[in-house]
Design a binder for this molecule. Structure first.
Ligand code: ADP
Ligand code: MG
Length: 313
């Protein structure tokens, strides 16, 4: 792309029956990057993705997909895993993958050969000729994912791809996303589980109630918050207390506060001078979850919940 962007969207707006679902969203996805759309349920992620792909048209706003003002013109070089999944139960794993590739213009014979390779390379070689109905839900989802990438798309769009997968399959999917990006594809996925985005994404958009609340790198999101200091001392009183930031909180014998602009050294000096006895001291960079709370608000964060390893829905 001349501007280096796989996706560029400006002012996307969509209402259903007079109710605003997406309220003026801007998104810029650099080519070759892994990009995350984060937000609680109902935030407008799926509607945004559908507009980006041209499955539905926005009421207002524009989008360019791989250089095409009409996203459907890029269909053959796009792979899309929708949020609502489904395969033909009687079709074998290999045929399902080849069939999905054929829908995007890949010759069936090539699709069949690649399908067998994808399944074998990922420990599913025994299932090549098994009907989809005999596979577990997670395996079937993996098969659908292979069908999404079998035509080797330049842009891979995955709507909540981690939902419904156990921890092992989630890990496999993370590896696959990294491999596809390393091979030059752009990957964009939506999630309401922050941990996946934190591990994978170069850039993220945090969406809440139809609006982008933050767009940028994971590091930028974290940098919105100061590191957190936690301190435990042997004696809980002394002249050092006046060196604590005004907003320091004491709970169960542990002081917690934001790292002061002037650093930790003045407090350390006061602690040493007054022999407070430092029992425990940590300075921690906030995680993406904390940044999310600060950016999107506590309500959205509660809807998102804490990242749960091996989250299965
Ligand atoms: N086809 C539709 N018809 C009516 N309302 C819809 C439709 N699609 C989405 N919505 C509404 O738009 C809002 C955003 O939904 P969605 O984009 O699915 O959010 P997310 O994917 O972030 O969970 C929700 O309030 C949802 O009920
Ligand atoms: Mg959705």
């Amino acid at each position: 792309m001349p501007n280096g962007l796989a996706i560029e969207a400006r002012g996307l707006f969509k209402a259903f029956d007079g109710k605003t679902a997406v309220d003026g969203i801007d998104i810029r996805v650099p080519e070759g990057s892994i990009y995350g759309i984060l937000g609680p349920n109902g935030a407008g992620k799926t509607t945004t993705i559908r507009m980006l792909l041209g499955i539905i048209d926005p009421d207002r706003g524009e989008r360019t997909l791989l250089g095409h003002a009409n996203p459907l013109e890029a269909a053959k070089i796009v792979g899309y895993l929708p949020e609502e999944r489904g395969l033909y139960p009687a079709m074998t794993a290999r045929e399902s993958i080849a069939f999905m590739g054929a829908l995007r213009g890949l010759p069936l014979s090539v699709g069949r050969a690649r399908a067998a390779g994808l399944l074998k390379d990922n420990g599913l070689g025994d299932y090549v000729d098994k009907p989809v109905k005999t596979l577990s839900k997670g395996m079937a989802q993996t098969v659908q994912l292979f069908g999404t990438i079998v035509h080797q798309p330049k842009l891979i769009v995955l709507d909540e791809p981690f939902s419904g997968l156990d921890a092992i399959n989630q890990g496999r999917l993370e590896t696959l996303i990294r491999e596809e990006a390393a091979a030059g594809a752009t990957v964009i996925f939506s999630t309401h589980v922050i941990a996946h985005a934190e591990r994978l994404c170069e850039r993220i958009a945090i969406i809440a109630r139809g609006k982008v609340r933050f767009e940028g790198s994971v590091a930028d999101a974290r940098d919105r918050l100061r590191p957190q200091v936690r301190l435990t001392t042997r004696s809980d009183d002394g002249p050092w207390r006046s060196a604590l930031p005004a907003r320091a909180k004491l709970e169960d014998g542990v002081w917690s506060f934001e790292l002061p602009e002037g650093g930790i050294e003045p407090l350390l000096r006061a602690l040493l001078d007054s022999g407070a006895g430092i029992e425990d001291l940590s300075i921690e960079r906030p995680g993406l979850h904390d940044a999310f709370v600060a950016i999107a608000g506590g309500e959205a964060a509660r809807e998102m919940g804490q990242p749960i390893p091996g989250d299965v829905e």
